[in-house]
Design a protein around this ligand. Structure first.
Ligand SMILES: [Zn+2]
Length: 362
């Protein structure tokens, strides 16, 4: 059984209405390909995922925190690879796959348990802007293969997480496309990642509930474990527009960049029942507060991966040495002590940050 489609064909289906999870079994909608996707969502076919038999759920249930890798896009940039927009990190799949491979290897050397595929910008719409839309599936699959080769080169269990990002700019909720586009494009990405062999899907840096829920449902339809992560800011301000020296501003209520609350985002994901809910790509200055709010809102596994530096319209990200690895790990230690199940690093973090985190996650 090597594809989501074959998996779907071989498992029993039920009819509408939707079945709910019970006793370790999770009922989710299934699709067997793009043409059937709309039909199956509409009519409610389901496959059974046995969480107790899935290696990622098994590992999560041990209670030992999982160490996620650090940034890929900014790490490519730091190593001299062209990450100009619109392709950003996707360009490395064509021009510098060896560098990408080395980054995965360095995160594994640092001790990561999960490595993330370089698929943040391999959506068809992004590749079309660069005139290479026809290579959508090929580049997504190549990204998964590079992560898998790295994962197989170490003698401990590594989980390959397929990254599913917002279709448009992570910090621009007003650009989130209409629902029809979200369904089609996230379904394509989820299918390609699953068929290439990811162990789980990581829906990340989501700035609206609307896109997060659709992407998560597409991800769940593959039958893989799904983690969902949001980017938040004080009063919904994008993290790069927050004046971190203004204490009052950083204390404002944290919201998704759409202005929606963390509580509402968690509630909206209940129908998907994700493996974990996380917050990512926010600075350390207010991520502790984000963690508290997420912890209060969600009783299931939660996680965090913060950024270091700030967003840039031209190159995507400006790197800084503001937060040294040891300081990052000291702050992350608090998250782990308070129950974080998954910690790692987002934009600007390096293998040194992950190595420092490994020291506090034993
Ligand atoms: Zn980030």
């Amino acid at each position: 059984m090597d594809t989501a489609g074959e998996m779907a064909e071989s498992l029993p289906r039920t009819s509408f209405p939707r079945r709910r999870e019970s006793s370790g079994r999770h009922w989710i909608p299934v699709f067997t390909g793009m043409t059937e996707f709309a039909r199956t969502i509409s009519y409610g076919d389901y496959i059974v995922i046995d969480r107790q038999a899935n290696p990622f759920f098994q590992r999560l249930s041990t209670g030992r925190p999982l160490l996620l890798d650090g940034a890929t896009g900014t790490e490519l940039q730091r190593r001299g690879v062209d990450t100009g927009l619109p392709l950003w990190s996707a360009r490395a799949l064509i021009e510098a796959p060896a560098v990408l491979q080395a980054i995965h290897a360095d995160y594994l050397d640092a001790g990561a348990d999960i490595i993330t595929t370089n698929t943040f910008r391999t959506h068809r719409r992004t590749l079309e802007r660069a005139g290479i839309g026809a290579r959508t599936r090929e580049l997504t699959q190549l990204a998964v293969q590079l992560a898998q080769v790295a994962a197989q080169s170490v003698d401990r269990k590594i989980f390959v997480a397929g990254s599913m990002s917002p279709l448009e700019d992570c910090y621009a909720p007003e650009l989130v496309p209409p629902a029809g586009d979200l369904w089609i494009e996230h379904a394509e990405m989820a299918r390609d990642l699953a068929q290439a062999g990811c162990d789980l899907l990581l829906v990340e840096t989501m700035n609206t509930i609307r896109e997060a829920v659709i992407a998560a449902r597409c991800a769940a339809a593959t039958g893989l474990p799904v983690c969902v992560s949001f980017v938040v800011g004080p009063a919904g301000l994008p993290p790069d527009q927050v004046n971190l020296t203004n204490a009052e501003e950083t204390r404002s209520e944290l919201k998704l960049l759409s202005g929606e609350s963390i509580v509402a985002a968690v509630a909206a994901l209940r129908s998907v029942n994700p493996a974990a809910i996380l917050i990512n790509c926010v600075p350390l200055a207010f991520i502790d507060r984000a963690f508290e709010e997420l912890r209060a809102a969600h009783s299931g596994p939660i996680g965090l991966y913060a950024n270091v530096g700030h967003a840039d319209d031209q190159v995507g990200w400006t790197l800084t040495d503001d937060v040294l690895p040891a300081a990052y790990a000291r702050q992350a230690q608090q998250w782990v002590q308070h129950g974080a199940a998954i910690v790692g690093g987002c934009c600007g973090t390096t293998p040194a940050h992950i190595a420092a985190l490994r020291q506090i996650i034993l």
